[in-house]
Design a protein. Structure first.
Length: 192
């Protein structure tokens, strides 16, 4: 599904780009979330809150406020011009120079390395221009594909918090927490 122009894309690698989300992208993003709702709701709490494109538009506006205040980004993951998922910074703490990175993909885009490359792009921004020191990624340990992303990128698994994410009023899942420090990222960059 194509993202409406105009959009600002962070430089990608060949077929991959990240485009900063804007309210006029809500229809496209909502359509993808809605088409993948059952799968996404298995792992993430926020898809249940997105009941319409207007809900998505409001969420994007709120994310844009956080972008303006803290330098956080929320992007569409674009492959060969089509939106295949999203990635963004959460829990931004400017004083501690830390944030979380969260992400999702449509099923057709899984297993191709798109999210690993997308996280690499965001890490370059977070540890580069933003000058942050620490990034965390949280994932349900049962979501093996999601956990492999930080593992491939050299994140350290800190532990697993039991029932730390409420997906519904009656269902909470465990959360594996991964962290990466800027010094470790730079050391890995130099070695590559």
């Amino acid at each position: 599904m194509k993202l409406p122009e105009p959009y600002f894309a962070l430089p990608g690698e060949g077929d991959l780009a990240l485009a900063l989300l804007q309210p006029h992208h809500a229809d496209v993003v909502f359509a993808l979330v809605d088409a993948n709702r059952e799968r996404l709701e298995r792992w993430l709490p926020w898809p249940a809150l997105m009941k319409s494109a207007d809900d998505e538009r409001k969420a994007i506006r709120q994310l844009n406020i956080e972008m303006a205040q803290h330098g956080a980004i929320c992007c569409a993951v674009i492959v060969e011009g089509d939106v295949v998922g999203g990635i963004g910074m959460n829990a931004v703490n400017v004083d501690a120079r830390s944030c979380d990175i969260g992400y999702w993909l449509i099923v057709e885009a899984e297993g191709r390395g798109y999210m690993t490359r997308s996280v690499q792009l965001v890490l370059g921004y977070v540890f580069g221009p933003l000058g942050f020191n620490r990034v965390t990624i949280h994932a349900d340990p049962a979501n093996v594909r999601s956990c492999r992303v930080p593992e491939r990128l050299g994140f350290r698994k800190v532990g697993v918090m039991q029932q730390a994410c409420a997906l519904t009023a009656s269902r909470a899942v465990d959360v594996a927490m991964y962290e990466l420090l800027a010094c470790d990222w730079r050391q890995k960059e130099v070695a590559a």
